[in-house]
Each structure stands twice: as C-alpha cells, then as structure tokens.
Design a protein around this ligand. Sequence first.
Ligand code: HEM
Length: 143
Amino acid sequence: MDDLYLWLKTLHVISIIAWMAGLFYLPRLFVYHADAETGSVQSETFKVMERKLLKIITTPAMLSSWIFGLLAAYYGDFLYDTWFLVKFSFVVILTIFHFYLASFVTIFASDRNTKHGKFFRMINEIPTLIMIVVVILVIFKPF
Ligand code: HEM
C-alpha cells in the first residue's frame, strides 16, 4: 500500500513535468508562429510542431497527471482536505488553459489566427503563476 502510494506520486510528478513542459512551450511556438508569413515554410513547420507537441506530449501528460493525482488523493485520503480542494481549483483553471491553447493549435492549423506575438508572450505567464501556487500548496499544505 505504501509503495503503491509512492509509485502513484512518482508517476504523478513525472506526468506533471511533461504537462508543464507542453504548457510552457506551446505559447512560445505561437509567439513565433504569429510573426511567420501565412503559407511560408516556417508557418507550416510550426503547425507540425504544435500539433505533435499537443497530441503526443501535452494532452496525454495532462490526462495521466489527472489520473495519478486523483488516485494519489484517494489512497492518501486527501480528497476532503482544504489544501487539496484549493489546489484542485487551480488545477481546473490550468486545465481550462490547456484547452484554450489547444484551440489555438486548431486556429493556427487553418491559418485563422489574428492575435499578435505579444498576446502569446503575456499568456505564457499564466501556467507559470499557477504552477508556483500549486507547488506551494502541495508542499506546505497551509490549510
Ligand atoms: C491534475 C490534477 C491533480 C491532482 C488530482 C493532484 C493531486 C495530488 C496529490 C493527492 C498529491 C500527493 C500529496 C502528498 O502526498 O503530500 C500530489 C503531489 C504533488 N503534486 Fe499534484 N495534483 C494535480 C495536479 C498537479 C499540478 C498541476 C502540479 C504542479 C504544477 C502538481 C504538483 C505536485 C507535486 C510537486 C507533488 C509532490 C508533492 C510531495 O510529494 O511533497 N500537481 N498531487
């Protein structure tokens, strides 16, 4: 039981690292893609990079973060702790942000983006801030 719990946490943290890598890197790709000329070789290359990053790494990592996180919460009996519920709320926001980024992968794929690079530079800070809050919550469990 103890080992199982530690394995769940290990798989959770590995998944989180991959998920965060995707959430940090996708908006960076959008920054450069927004400045690339429609139909150019660069623009077409960014489409492939964005699609693969989302489908092969970021979305599967999000799903496994949720699965192993919820299993860890169940086995660790954290489901009704206040720190967990607060963390959970931030993770829901992060998940909404994930789908928001995914919508831009579709928009860029059909050359319909109208946002500037500066916009993607700004939203790049959102996952960083949420990640900092979530890690503080899970380590300190302040309430
Ligand atoms: C997807 C939904 C998530 C759920 C259900 C969840 C749940 C949990 C649970 C129950 C633990 C075990 C806590 C303990 O043993 O003290 C844990 C550990 C951890 N979580 Fe999450 N989590 C989620 C997402 C995240 C996110 C988004 C991050 C960071 C960005 C994160 C970072 C961590 C870290 C660093 C640990 C290890 C803490 C430690 O062992 O001291 N989690 N998570």
